[in-house]
Design a protein around this ligand. Structure first.
Ligand code: MRU
Length: 375
């Protein structure tokens, strides 16, 4: 995506690999929308920490980060023989896997890198194969998102109001995004539409990240409180919902996504509004048999009990304030009260109109019969 900074547009990827530094380069998402900064994770432990601490977040982006992290860890191995190397790679794999539990992309990505390394006869050969496989995973992520855009763009008509939840945009992938791909493709085809970004408490990825992306992309949008969607749907102000997914079960069509997605799907069904989920193939889990088996990340209660933002210095006389630039956490909830913070929920297949994939749009129940096309 093109980011305009100080009047100049430049193309960036959310995740990249610097082979000279053996570093994973990431957009520091915790600073957005107030500051755009690229940071380097210089070893696999730093890469795992970047996933855990949400420097990088979003299913596809953490998938590519894990793929690069595995290649980075493999490349750093300085021992001699293959048995020691394999033990080291297993340690890197487990460290990256445990960073965040709900999204399946990191596991799918690292399994791809591990499998690609196998034909290598020496440590050096396997290191080279790992880097090539990670680069291919990232490139495929971009191609998948572009294809999602081509299929999904036909759902968007001129004048529509589209609701999206959290951020399944280019920041959640290597580039382009999943839920945003149809929007960007429709815009490229000259369609005009409006997007409502759910604020997406507690971390507010809709208000901070999706709104920032849409602003850079010059797409008409407004941030709404998470509780506002029902009211807007009731008044006929939402025509279509498109969200992303952190794990979609190929066997059942259930979708794990950011907490609050399920609520929006229930509301959409109540108001007969089409509810679509956009996913690259790396988000499909073909193994699990029930959405209740998906591990749901429990995050720190501080995210619910307060909020991060930028402090505004009072402006002289105009009453709107100007940005002072300092990022601050403010406690909102009653001091002494405790919080509960599940990061994701699971939407049943019956509430989903269609799943937009790189190979076409499927009903949730059609994923399993089409599994050959979708793997
Ligand atoms: O906790 P995050 O920000 O990593 O969660 C991301 C989401 O749940 C998004 O909604 C998205 O749909 C999945 S990433 C494509």
């Amino acid at each position: 995506m093109n980011v305009t900074l100080h009047g100049r547009a430049r193309h960036y990827r959310t995740v990249a690999y610097d082979s000279e530094l053996n570093a994973v380069m990431l957009v520091e998402q915790r600073l957005l929308p107030h500051e755009f900064k690229i940071v380097a994770a210089r070893d696999f432990e730093q890469t795992a920490a970047a996933i855990r601490d949400m420097v990088v977040r979003g299913a596809g982006a953490i998938g590519a980060t894990a793929a690069y992290g595995l290649a980075q860890g493999a490349s750093a191995y300085a021992g001699g023989g293959l048995p020691g190397f394999q033990k080291h790679v297993e340690r890197v794999y487990q460290t990256l896997k445990s960073a965040r539990p709900t999204a399946v992309d990191p596991v799918n990505a690292m399994n791809r890198v591990r499998a690609a390394m196998e034909p290598g006869q020496t440590v050096a050969e396997r290191q080279g194969l790992a880097v090539a496989a990670a680069e291919e995973f990232a490139a495929e992520d971009v191609r998948d998102c572009e294809a999602i855009g081509r299929h999904g763009a036909k759902l968007i008509r001129d004048g529509m109001n589209v609701l999206t939840h959290c951020n399944a945009g280019w920041l959640a992938f290597v580039d382009v995004g999943s839920a945003t791909a149809p929007l960007y493709a429709a815009q490229a085809r000259g369609k005009a539409f409006h997007v409502f970004c759910d604020e997406t408490r507690p971390r507010s990825q809709g208000a901070t990240l999706t709104a920032w992306e849409l602003a850079h992309q010059k797409i008409s949008h407004q941030v709404i409180a998470d509780n506002a969607a029902g009211h807007l749907m009731q008044r006929g102000k939402i025509d279509l919902v498109i969200v992303g997914s952190d794990r979609t079960l190929g066997r059942t069509g259930e979708v794990a996504n950011k907490i609050g997605t399920y609520t929006k799907a229930v509301l959409a069904r109540r108001h007969r509004i089409p509810f679509y989920v956009a996913i690259p193939l790396s988000t499909i889990d073909w193994n699990l048999k029930s959405g209740f088996d998906i591990p749901i990340e429990e995050r720190n209660e501080d995210e619910v009990l307060g909020a991060w933002g930028v402090s505004l210095a009072p402006s002289r006389g105009r009453g709107r304030g100007s940005r002072s630039g300092s990022r601050v956490y403010v406690r909102v909830a009653n001091p002494g009260s405790r919080g509960l913070n599940p990061g994701f929920d699971v939407t049943p297949a019956g509430l989903i109109t269609g799943i937009i994939t790189p190979v076409g749009i499927f009903k949730p129940g059609e994923l399993w019969p089409h599994r050959r096309e979708l793997t």
